[in-house]
Ligand binder design. Sequence first.
Ligand code: PAF
Length: 285
Amino acid sequence: MSLTIAESIEAVRSQVAVAKAAGLSVGFVPTMGALHRGHATLVEEATKACDYVVVSIFVNPTQFGPNEDFSRYPRTFVADRAVCEEAGADLIFLPDVATMYPPGPPATFVEVPGLSDVFEGAIRPGHFRGVATVVLKLFGIVCPNLAFFGQKDFQQQLVLRRMVTDLNFPVQLVTVPTVREDDGLAMSSRNRYLSAEERQAARVLSQALRLAEDAVRSGERSADRVRQILASTVQSERLATLDYGDVVDALTLEPLTDLTGRRAVALLAARVGPARLIDNAILPD
Ligand code: PAF
């Protein structure tokens, strides 16, 4: 099947209706473009699980704070289209802001308090409200059976899972493990902001997570000692500034004390030069 580009909501709806009428299952990969191998993996997973795959490319203004990188966020449609084609997508939804946000200030938002208020949500107020709102709008346009998200944005996938559960929304979310560069750096569209020297320094995030995993695998059960490993490793890198390094419950994001019998995740965020980078690791049982 060849790749179709749809800019309007009506065009997406009619293409998806044709696919569904033919009995095809629909997979959806929402993105903001600047696609890398992590996104390609999401699309490939979607093509394995579903018959018809839609990718949206939309840099969503409502999830960026006033001092964040909305205007300079990379927009690379020609390369993005090639990634989608290669990975086997059937349709790209490429709306502009006026299509996604009808004129006038919006009055309706989706809020997922609690999960949205900590970590990324504490540092980026309003971010998850913007994410949840645009993802629900996209779900309502695409009507997918399955939707695919990267584990790299760990908190985002938890917020969105909670949203679809609370709203009884008929879509199944699939979280796909983080894709990494050979040296461990998690793939991110923001990695392209890094100079060569900063790119080297950015390895410290995945190194800190590996050390935390090793410690837990060797029997460490104190969440505080694992936090110390995360913090001291990141702080040993001159070009990195730690925002947070924590060990929390992998479903509720509540801070943990003793890791025994808990499904725990280590969450890390640091600034390296102009880029704010996040990464995480589910800790061994
Ligand atoms: O993860 C992203 O790229 C964005 O937050 C998403 C889910 C496409 C919503 O704009």
